[in-house]
Design a protein around this ligand. Structure first.
Ligand code: NAI
Ligand code: MN
Ligand code: ZN
Length: 336
């Protein structure tokens, strides 16, 4: 089978690899579509501290079950599935309270183990979620990125009367806009980015008002509006202090970033307004919820997609995705 392998940092190859056999409790998926994420680019360039090499990348993928391991019902062969990349031990403290995404022995498919930019991939059977016919094949790999928005909003508990502010109108910001508007019915969703093309996408994805902070700081443009719910989907370390300063008292702030640089903020800036801070990593069992949102039409994955490429053009697709955020949002690979 053909697989996208990062042999070592900086070295991406479309390699011929042996077909994997599903182990006990696993299924093998004949991958149909897979989407590119910033973390795939990070693994390619050696910027992901968790990745071991060589690695088949890809953690957003969809396909058909074509083989099952011991203990898995053979009737599952042929099912259309989206695969949750979060593989957990099931018995540590975070697992025991329903947070397998921060399992002590967390293994992310496409990061810690081989992933879905491949003609075939194996995964635990319980990570393979059957999709209703209403979710088309070519959008089904987008369940995973929406689970990130599902996870952070589960902490933030959005309400219709919130004034929400989202930093960053990349894929993560856009999924958050769609979930705040389409699922939670938040009346006012404000979005800030530095790129006008990304802000136009934010509007297409449901933002009520957009701000470009490339020249004029956001504070000078908000005219006293105090957001009650803020999501940092741009993830620069300076954003937290700005968000806390702009926030309403009693606001909630959600953080998605993984920067190793310190954020500088005073206790006063947080405590005087009694702000709540939440962080969110990957997703904890949110695939069923996102599948239901898609089925009911509460979210529109097609609004994120700008490009499709065949697997053979992986390097071109990853390069475009990385270098051209003005024209690119979600880029989907067709395994064909
Ligand atoms: P992206 O790079 O496509 O989007 C980020 C957007 O933020 C860009 O449009 C950029 O122009 C904008 N931006 C950057 N600095 C800004 C600033 N100071 N003010 C306003 N806008 C600014 O990335 P993507 O894929 O949307 O991911 C966003 C972040 O989320 C990344 O840092 C990524 O590591 C993180 N992430 C976290 C996950 C988690 O589970 N916690 C999962 C996936 C991504
Ligand atoms: Mn992703
Ligand atoms: Zn665990």
């Amino acid at each position: 089978m053909k697989s996208v392998v990062i042999e070592q940092p900086g070295e991406l190859v479309l390699a011929e690899r042996a077909l994997p056999e599903p182990a006990a409790g696993e299924v093998r998926v004949k991958v149909q579509f897979a989407s590119i994420c910033g973390s795939d680019v990070h693994i390619w360039h050696g910027h992901n501290p968790f990745a071991k090499y060589p690695r088949v990348i890809g953690h957003e993928f969809f396909g058909l079950i074509d083989a099952v391991g011991e203990g898995v019902d053979a009737a599952r062969i042929g099912e259309r599935v989206a695969v949750d990349p979060v593989v957990s031990c099931g018995h540590c403290y975070p697992c025991s309270i329903g947070r397998p995404n921060v399992c002590k022995e967390l293994q992310v498919i496409g990061v810690h183990r081989d992933g879905g930019f491949s003609e075939f991939a194996v995964a635990p059977a319980k990570n393979a979620f059957t999709l209703p016919a209403s979710i088309p094949d070519k959008l089904a790999s987008l369940v995973e990125p929406f689970t990130i928005a599902a996870n952070i909003t589960a902490f933030l508990k959005p309400q219709a009367n919130d004034v929400a502010l989202i930093y960053g109108a990349g894929p993560m910001g856009l999924t958050a806009i769609q979930v705040l508007k389409g699922v939670y019915g938040v009346e006012k969703v404000l979005v800030v980015d530095r790129l006008p093309e990304r802000l136009a996408l934010a509007q297409e994805n449901g933002a009520d008002q957009v701000f470009n902070n490339s020249e004029i700081p956001l504070a000078a443009q908000l005219e006293g509006v105090q957001p009650t719910l803020i999501i940092d989907a741009a993830c620069h370390p300076t954003i937290l202090a700005e968000a806390a300063a702009l926030a309403s008292a009693a606001a909630r702030i959600g953080l998605l970033g993984f920067s190793g640089e310190p954020c500088s903020i005073t206790q006063q800036a947080l405590t005087s307004k009694e702000l709540s801070l939440f962080t969110s990593r990957l997703n904890s069992n949110r695939f069923p919820q996102v599948i239901e949102w898609m089925e009911k039409g509460q979210i529109q994955p097609e609004k994120l997609v700008t490009h499709y490429f065949p697997l053979a053009e992986i390097e071109k697709a990853m390069t475009l995705f990385e270098k051209d955020p003005r024209t690119c949002c979600k880029v989907i690979l067709h395994m064909g």
